[in-house]
Design a binder for this molecule. Structure first.
Ligand code: ADP
Ligand code: MG
Length: 377
C-alpha cells in the first residue's frame, strides 16, 4: 500500500531534486561476525530553512536524498520565514513519500526517525519536528534530534568503506548562508567551537555583495561563475582585524556598497563594466579571510590529523581549490564533501541520526525545536 495518500498533481509542482540510489557493499564487520550485524534504516528530515529534504540511510550509506527547493523566496531577494514554513507544510509529506519510494524502503522497515532540531527558522523547524514526532508515534520507533551544524560536519562520514573519511581530531571550517565556524571535531559526537563570525556569515557576504551588483538571490553561485571571467586583483578590499579565530564580514559588504555607489557617480554603467572584476575581487577576499583563520587554527592545534570544509559555501570553486592547496602546503589531508551534501540536505541529518542511534541517544516526545542551538548540544 502507498505509504501516504499523495496528490500526484501537487507532486508535479514541486521542484524536486532526487539524488541517486547508492548500492553499498556489505561492511567488513558483516563478513567477520558470525552473526551478521542488523542493518539500521534511518529516515531523516531537514526543514531548518528554505529546503524541504528527506533521506533514507542504511547505516552510513544513503539510499535516497531528496531536496525540494522553495523558489518563492527568489522574488523577495531572501528567505521569507512565514512563506518557508507554509511551503514546508505542503511539501513534507510528498517529499518523505518519494524518499521512501526511491530508497525502496517501507516505513515498517525503519528503525528510527531523525529530524533537525535547530538552529534555523522556528516556523520551518516546527514543521519537521512535529512531522517526525507524529511518524515516530505512529510507527512506534525512536526519535532522534539532530543539530544542523553537527550534521554539516558529519556529512564527511556519509558513505561506505569506499569513501575516505577524516581521522579524529580534525578541524572543520563550516561556511553556510547562516553560519561561519571553525570547529575542532574530537569524535563523531564531540565538537569544540574555536571561532565564529561576529556579524554576517560567509554565505551572507556572498549573497549581499551579489545583490549589490545586481544578481538574484542566492547570489553566491553567480559570484562564483562571474569570478571566473574577472580579475581578482581589480579591486582591493581591506581585511578585518579580528583577534583570535573569529570572523567578520559586514565591513566587506559595506566596502562593496561604497565602491558601487561611488563608481556609479562617475560612470552610470559601472556595474555592467566591472561586475566580473568586483565578483572576482570579493570572492578572493572572502577566501583569504577564511583561509587566514583556518591556517591560524591549524597552528594552534598541532594534534589535528586533517582539515575539512562543510556547508553551502564549500561549493565555491575558488574556496575549494585554495583549501585543497593549503592542505597540501601544510602536509594535512583535506576533505570536501560531495556537492549534494554541502548545501542543506537530509542525508547529513541521517548520518548524525545513525551515530546517535549507535550510542542510543534518543529524543523523547517533549523534544522542541531550537532556533539557536550551540554546536556542542
Ligand atoms: P544555510 O544552512 O545557512 O541555509 P547552506 O548550507 O544551504 O546555508 O548554504 C547556502 C549558502 O551557500 C548561500 O549563501 C549560497 O549563496 C552559498 N553558496 C552556494 N553555492 C555557492 C558558491 N558556488 N559560491 C559561493 N557561495 C555559494
Ligand atoms: Mg545549512
Amino acid at each position: 500500500m502507498h505509504p501516504f495518500s499523495i496528490n500526484e498533481e501537487f507532486l508535479k509542482t514541486i521542484q524536486l531534486k532526487t539524488y541517486g540510489v547508492v548500492v553499498s557493499k556489505p561492511s567488513r564487520n558483516q563478513h567477520l561476525c558470525a552473526m551478521p550485524k542488523k542493518d539500521i534504516y534511518i529516515l531523516a528530515i531537514e526543514s531548518s530553512c528554505d529546503d524541504t529534504s528527506a533521506a533514507v540511510l542504511r547505516n552510513e550509506v544513503v539510499l535516497s536524498n531528496l531536496v525540494a527547493n522553495q523558489e518563492i523566496h527568489e522574488k523577495f531577494g531572501g528567505v521569507v520565514p512565514e512563506l518557508a514554513s507554509r511551503a514546508h507544510q505542503q511539501q513534507i509529506v510528498p517529499v518523505v513519500d518519494q524518499a521512501l519510494k526511491v530508497a525502496g524502503v517501507g516505513k515498517e522497515d525503519l528503525d528510527a526517525i531523525a529530524f533537525t532540531r535547530g538552529p534555523g527558522l522556528m516556523g520551518s523547524l516546527l514543521v519537521g519536528v512535529s512531522f517526525a514526532k507524529s511518524l515516530s508515534i505512529g510507527l512506534g520507533i525512536p526519535l532522534i534530534d539532530v543539530n544542523h551544524m553537527q550534521a554539516h560536519i558529519l556529512a564527511h562520514f556519509i558513505g561506505g568503506e569506499d569513501v575516505v573519511k577524516p581521522e579524529f581530531p580534525f578541524l572543520c571550517l563550516t561556511v553556510s548562508g547562516g553560519h561561519t565556524q571553525i570547529v575542532k571535531v574530537n569524535d563523531y559526537l564531540s565538537f569544540e567551537l574555536l571561532g565564529k563570525t561576529r556579524d554576517d556569515a560567509a554565505g551572507e557576504a556572498f549573497d549581499k555583495t551579489a545583490k549589490t551588483i545586481g544578481f538574484p538571490y542566492p547570489g553566491g553561485p553567480l559570484i562564483d561563475k562571474a569570478s571566473k571571467l574577472g580579475n581578482s586583483k581589480k579591486f582591493r578590499f581591506t581585511k578585518p582585524k579580528i583577534d583570535g579565530l573569529d570572523f567578520s564580514f559586514s565591513g566587506l559588504k559595506t566596502a562593496v556598497l561604497y565602491l558601487v555607489r561611488d563608481g556609479l557617480k562617475e560612470n552610470p554603467n559601472f556595474i555592467e563594466d566591472y561586475r566580473n572584476g568586483i565578483a572576482a575581487s570579493v570572492q578572493a577576499t572572502i577566501v583569504e579571510i577564511l583561509l587566514d583563520k583556518i591556517r591560524k587554527a591549524i597552528e594552534l592545534n598541532p594534534d589535528i590529523k586533517g582539515i575539512a570544509l562543510a556547508g553551502g559555501v564549500s561549493a565555491n570553486s575558488g574556496l575549494r581549490s585554495a583549501f585543497l592547496e593549503m592542505g597540501d602546503q601544510m602536509g594535512l589531508p583535506s576533505f570536501i564533501p560531495d556537492f549534494q551534501y554541502c548545501t542543506d540536505n537530509a542525508a547529513m541529518i541521517g548520518i548524525v541520526g545513525y551515530r546517535k542511534y549507535l550510542s542510543k541517544e534518543f529524543a523523547d516526545l517533549s523534544a522542541t525545536a531550537s532556533a539557536r542551538l550551540h554546536i556542542d548540544i
